[in-house]
Design a protein around this ligand. Structure first.
Ligand code: F6R
Length: 243
Protein backbone atom coordinates (compact mmCIF):
# COMPACT_ATOMS: atom_id res chain seq x y z
CA UNK A 1 0.00 0.00 0.00
CA UNK A 2 1.35 3.44 -0.91
CA UNK A 3 -0.01 6.46 0.92
CA UNK A 4 0.45 10.02 -0.34
CA UNK A 5 -0.46 12.85 1.99
CA UNK A 6 -2.01 16.03 0.59
CA UNK A 7 -2.54 19.37 2.36
CA UNK A 8 -6.06 19.87 1.14
CA UNK A 9 -8.63 18.90 -1.51
CA UNK A 10 -6.86 20.78 -4.30
CA UNK A 11 -3.52 19.16 -3.54
CA UNK A 12 -5.18 15.73 -3.27
CA UNK A 13 -6.91 16.22 -6.62
CA UNK A 14 -3.72 17.29 -8.34
CA UNK A 15 -1.68 14.40 -6.96
CA UNK A 16 -4.34 11.87 -7.96
CA UNK A 17 -4.73 13.47 -11.41
CA UNK A 18 -0.97 13.11 -11.86
CA UNK A 19 -1.23 9.37 -11.24
CA UNK A 20 -4.10 9.00 -13.72
CA UNK A 21 -2.31 11.18 -16.23
CA UNK A 22 0.82 9.01 -15.95
CA UNK A 23 -1.34 5.95 -16.62
CA UNK A 24 -2.76 7.53 -19.79
CA UNK A 25 0.68 8.63 -20.99
CA UNK A 26 2.26 5.22 -20.36
CA UNK A 27 -0.65 3.32 -21.92
CA UNK A 28 -2.75 5.52 -24.22
CA UNK A 29 -5.20 2.63 -24.77
CA UNK A 30 -5.72 2.09 -21.03
CA UNK A 31 -8.99 1.17 -19.37
CA UNK A 32 -9.81 3.57 -16.54
CA UNK A 33 -12.34 2.64 -13.88
CA UNK A 34 -14.03 5.86 -12.74
CA UNK A 35 -16.05 7.08 -9.77
CA UNK A 36 -18.56 9.85 -9.13
CA UNK A 37 -19.33 11.83 -5.96
CA UNK A 38 -17.55 14.83 -4.46
CA UNK A 39 -14.11 13.27 -4.12
CA UNK A 40 -13.15 13.01 -7.84
CA UNK A 41 -14.57 16.35 -9.08
CA UNK A 42 -11.25 18.16 -8.60
CA UNK A 43 -9.37 15.34 -10.34
CA UNK A 44 -11.61 15.56 -13.39
CA UNK A 45 -11.22 19.36 -13.49
CA UNK A 46 -7.44 18.94 -13.44
CA UNK A 47 -7.48 16.29 -16.19
CA UNK A 48 -9.69 18.55 -18.34
CA UNK A 49 -7.23 21.41 -17.79
CA UNK A 50 -4.28 19.29 -18.94
CA UNK A 51 -6.30 18.06 -21.93
CA UNK A 52 -7.01 21.69 -22.94
CA UNK A 53 -3.30 22.45 -22.67
CA UNK A 54 -2.67 19.55 -25.06
CA UNK A 55 -0.87 17.53 -22.37
CA UNK A 56 -3.35 14.64 -22.37
CA UNK A 57 -5.09 12.67 -25.08
CA UNK A 58 -8.20 10.60 -24.32
CA UNK A 59 -8.81 9.48 -27.91
CA UNK A 60 -7.91 5.84 -27.21
CA UNK A 61 -8.79 5.71 -23.50
CA UNK A 62 -11.67 3.46 -22.47
CA UNK A 63 -13.66 3.94 -19.28
CA UNK A 64 -15.93 1.89 -17.06
CA UNK A 65 -17.73 3.55 -14.18
CA UNK A 66 -18.24 1.87 -10.85
CA UNK A 67 -21.95 2.32 -10.52
CA UNK A 68 -25.27 3.86 -11.49
CA UNK A 69 -28.61 4.39 -9.77
CA UNK A 70 -31.28 1.98 -10.89
CA UNK A 71 -34.25 3.72 -12.49
CA UNK A 72 -32.37 6.78 -13.77
CA UNK A 73 -31.68 7.13 -17.48
CA UNK A 74 -28.57 8.79 -18.90
CA UNK A 75 -30.35 12.12 -19.50
CA UNK A 76 -31.54 12.38 -15.88
CA UNK A 77 -29.52 15.12 -14.17
CA UNK A 78 -29.05 12.96 -11.07
CA UNK A 79 -27.69 9.98 -12.98
CA UNK A 80 -24.02 9.16 -12.77
CA UNK A 81 -23.86 9.16 -16.54
CA UNK A 82 -24.97 12.79 -16.53
CA UNK A 83 -22.42 13.61 -13.80
CA UNK A 84 -19.60 12.06 -15.84
CA UNK A 85 -20.65 13.93 -18.99
CA UNK A 86 -20.71 17.20 -17.04
CA UNK A 87 -17.36 16.79 -15.29
CA UNK A 88 -15.27 14.90 -17.83
CA UNK A 89 -16.62 13.20 -20.93
CA UNK A 90 -18.09 16.25 -22.68
CA UNK A 91 -14.88 18.20 -22.04
CA UNK A 92 -12.23 15.84 -23.42
CA UNK A 93 -11.76 13.90 -26.66
CA UNK A 94 -12.92 10.53 -25.36
CA UNK A 95 -14.98 8.55 -27.88
CA UNK A 96 -18.56 7.80 -26.90
CA UNK A 97 -18.15 4.15 -27.85
CA UNK A 98 -15.35 3.86 -25.28
CA UNK A 99 -17.49 5.06 -22.35
CA UNK A 100 -19.24 2.45 -20.20
CA UNK A 101 -21.61 2.99 -17.28
CA UNK A 102 -24.29 0.55 -16.11
CA UNK A 103 -27.60 1.38 -17.78
CA UNK A 104 -29.80 2.49 -14.88
CA UNK A 105 -32.88 2.39 -17.08
CA UNK A 106 -32.53 -1.35 -17.71
CA UNK A 107 -35.11 -3.03 -15.49
CA UNK A 108 -33.63 -6.45 -16.18
CA UNK A 109 -31.01 -6.49 -13.44
CA UNK A 110 -29.54 -9.91 -14.28
CA UNK A 111 -29.05 -8.98 -17.94
CA UNK A 112 -27.56 -5.58 -17.11
CA UNK A 113 -25.09 -6.99 -14.57
CA UNK A 114 -24.04 -9.84 -16.87
CA UNK A 115 -23.56 -7.41 -19.79
CA UNK A 116 -21.42 -5.08 -17.67
CA UNK A 117 -19.10 -7.87 -16.51
CA UNK A 118 -18.75 -9.02 -20.14
CA UNK A 119 -17.82 -5.49 -21.24
CA UNK A 120 -15.04 -5.34 -18.63
CA UNK A 121 -13.79 -8.83 -19.56
CA UNK A 122 -13.81 -7.97 -23.27
CA UNK A 123 -11.60 -4.97 -22.55
CA UNK A 124 -9.18 -7.29 -20.74
CA UNK A 125 -9.90 -5.77 -17.34
CA UNK A 126 -9.25 -2.42 -15.74
CA UNK A 127 -5.78 -0.85 -15.69
CA UNK A 128 -6.48 1.75 -13.02
CA UNK A 129 -9.57 1.97 -10.84
CA UNK A 130 -10.35 5.25 -9.09
CA UNK A 131 -12.34 5.00 -5.83
CA UNK A 132 -13.87 7.27 -3.22
CA UNK A 133 -14.68 6.01 0.27
CA UNK A 134 -18.26 5.94 1.54
CA UNK A 135 -18.98 7.14 5.08
CA UNK A 136 -19.85 3.54 6.02
CA UNK A 137 -16.78 2.10 4.29
CA UNK A 138 -18.49 1.30 1.01
CA UNK A 139 -16.61 1.24 -2.29
CA UNK A 140 -18.68 1.58 -5.42
CA UNK A 141 -22.08 0.82 -3.93
CA UNK A 142 -20.81 -2.28 -2.14
CA UNK A 143 -22.46 -1.69 1.19
CA UNK A 144 -21.47 -3.33 4.50
CA UNK A 145 -22.65 -6.96 4.32
CA UNK A 146 -22.04 -10.49 5.58
CA UNK A 147 -19.89 -11.42 2.61
CA UNK A 148 -18.03 -9.76 -0.24
CA UNK A 149 -19.89 -9.77 -3.55
CA UNK A 150 -17.82 -10.91 -6.47
CA UNK A 151 -19.41 -9.39 -9.60
CA UNK A 152 -21.54 -6.51 -10.83
CA UNK A 153 -24.88 -6.71 -9.04
CA UNK A 154 -27.99 -4.83 -7.97
CA UNK A 155 -27.85 -3.43 -4.42
CA UNK A 156 -30.31 -1.95 -1.98
CA UNK A 157 -28.73 1.26 -0.73
CA UNK A 158 -28.39 1.64 3.04
CA UNK A 159 -29.98 4.52 4.94
CA UNK A 160 -26.49 5.92 5.61
CA UNK A 161 -25.72 6.07 1.89
CA UNK A 162 -29.11 7.59 1.05
CA UNK A 163 -28.48 10.18 3.77
CA UNK A 164 -24.95 10.93 2.48
CA UNK A 165 -26.08 11.23 -1.14
CA UNK A 166 -29.24 13.28 -0.60
CA UNK A 167 -27.17 16.45 -1.02
CA UNK A 168 -27.31 15.86 -4.77
CA UNK A 169 -31.14 15.62 -4.72
CA UNK A 170 -34.03 17.83 -3.58
CA UNK A 171 -34.46 15.64 -0.50
CA UNK A 172 -33.79 12.09 0.72
CA UNK A 173 -37.10 10.79 -0.70
CA UNK A 174 -35.79 11.53 -4.22
CA UNK A 175 -32.69 9.32 -3.85
CA UNK A 176 -33.17 6.03 -5.70
CA UNK A 177 -33.23 3.04 -3.35
CA UNK A 178 -31.25 0.71 -5.59
CA UNK A 179 -28.15 0.86 -7.76
CA UNK A 180 -26.05 -1.27 -10.07
CA UNK A 181 -22.48 -1.57 -8.89
CA UNK A 182 -19.32 -3.40 -9.82
CA UNK A 183 -18.67 -6.12 -7.26
CA UNK A 184 -15.76 -6.25 -4.86
CA UNK A 185 -14.26 -8.97 -7.05
CA UNK A 186 -14.58 -6.77 -10.16
CA UNK A 187 -12.85 -3.90 -8.36
CA UNK A 188 -10.09 -6.09 -6.90
CA UNK A 189 -9.23 -7.46 -10.36
CA UNK A 190 -8.15 -3.95 -11.46
CA UNK A 191 -4.39 -3.92 -11.97
CA UNK A 192 -3.99 -0.70 -9.96
CA UNK A 193 -6.36 0.92 -7.49
CA UNK A 194 -6.25 4.59 -6.55
CA UNK A 195 -8.42 5.84 -3.70
CA UNK A 196 -8.94 9.49 -2.80
CA UNK A 197 -10.24 10.52 0.61
CA UNK A 198 -10.75 14.01 1.96
CA UNK A 199 -11.89 15.56 5.22
CA UNK A 200 -12.08 14.88 8.92
CA UNK A 201 -15.48 13.22 8.59
CA UNK A 202 -13.80 10.30 6.79
CA UNK A 203 -10.82 9.97 9.21
CA UNK A 204 -12.35 7.29 11.40
CA UNK A 205 -13.67 5.05 8.61
CA UNK A 206 -10.40 5.42 6.69
CA UNK A 207 -8.39 4.26 9.70
CA UNK A 208 -10.78 1.37 10.26
CA UNK A 209 -10.65 0.31 6.61
CA UNK A 210 -6.88 0.37 6.25
CA UNK A 211 -5.54 -0.58 9.67
CA UNK A 212 -8.09 -2.95 11.19
CA UNK A 213 -9.42 -6.37 10.18
CA UNK A 214 -10.43 -7.15 6.61
CA UNK A 215 -14.19 -7.66 6.78
CA UNK A 216 -17.20 -7.27 4.47
CA UNK A 217 -18.68 -5.12 7.28
CA UNK A 218 -16.16 -2.49 6.09
CA UNK A 219 -16.01 -3.21 2.35
CA UNK A 220 -13.00 -0.93 1.70
CA UNK A 221 -10.91 -3.04 4.12
CA UNK A 222 -10.42 -5.55 1.27
CA UNK A 223 -8.10 -2.99 -0.34
CA UNK A 224 -5.44 -3.97 2.21
CA UNK A 225 -5.07 -7.16 0.16
CA UNK A 226 -4.65 -5.51 -3.24
CA UNK A 227 -1.10 -5.79 -4.63
CA UNK A 228 -1.04 -2.29 -6.13
CA UNK A 229 -3.16 -0.01 -3.99
CA UNK A 230 -2.46 3.74 -3.64
CA UNK A 231 -4.22 6.14 -1.31
CA UNK A 232 -4.11 9.90 -1.74
CA UNK A 233 -5.68 11.60 1.25
CA UNK A 234 -5.55 15.00 2.89
CA UNK A 235 -4.16 15.76 6.36
CA UNK A 236 -7.64 15.82 7.89
CA UNK A 237 -8.58 12.35 6.56
CA UNK A 238 -5.23 10.94 7.71
CA UNK A 239 -5.39 12.61 11.12
CA UNK A 240 -6.17 9.39 13.02
CA UNK A 241 -3.63 7.25 11.19
CA UNK A 242 -0.14 6.95 12.52
CA UNK A 243 1.83 7.67 9.35
C1 F6R B 1 -19.32 6.83 -6.57
C2 F6R B 1 -19.15 5.73 -5.63
C3 F6R B 1 -19.14 5.93 -4.16
C4 F6R B 1 -18.40 7.18 -3.70
C5 F6R B 1 -18.45 7.30 -2.18
C6 F6R B 1 -17.79 8.57 -1.70
O1 F6R B 1 -19.30 6.38 -7.89
O2 F6R B 1 -19.05 4.64 -6.07
O3 F6R B 1 -18.58 4.80 -3.55
O4 F6R B 1 -17.07 7.12 -4.13
O5 F6R B 1 -19.78 7.28 -1.74
O6 F6R B 1 -18.53 9.66 -2.15
P1 F6R B 1 -18.01 11.16 -1.98
O7 F6R B 1 -16.80 11.29 -2.83
O8 F6R B 1 -19.14 11.99 -2.50
O9 F6R B 1 -17.73 11.36 -0.53
Amino acid sequence: MKIYRAHDYKDMSRKAANIISAQIIMKPTCVLGLATGSSPIGIYAQLVDWYRKDDLDFSRVKTVNLDEYRGLSADNEQSYRYFMNEHLFSKVNIKNKNIHIPDGSNEDADAECRKYEEIIDTMNGIDLQLLGLGPNGHIGFNEPADCFTRKTHLVDLTESTIEANKRFFEDASQVPRQAYTMGIGTIMKARKILMVVEGEKKAEILKKALTEEVTPRVPASILQLHPDFTLVADDAALSLMNI
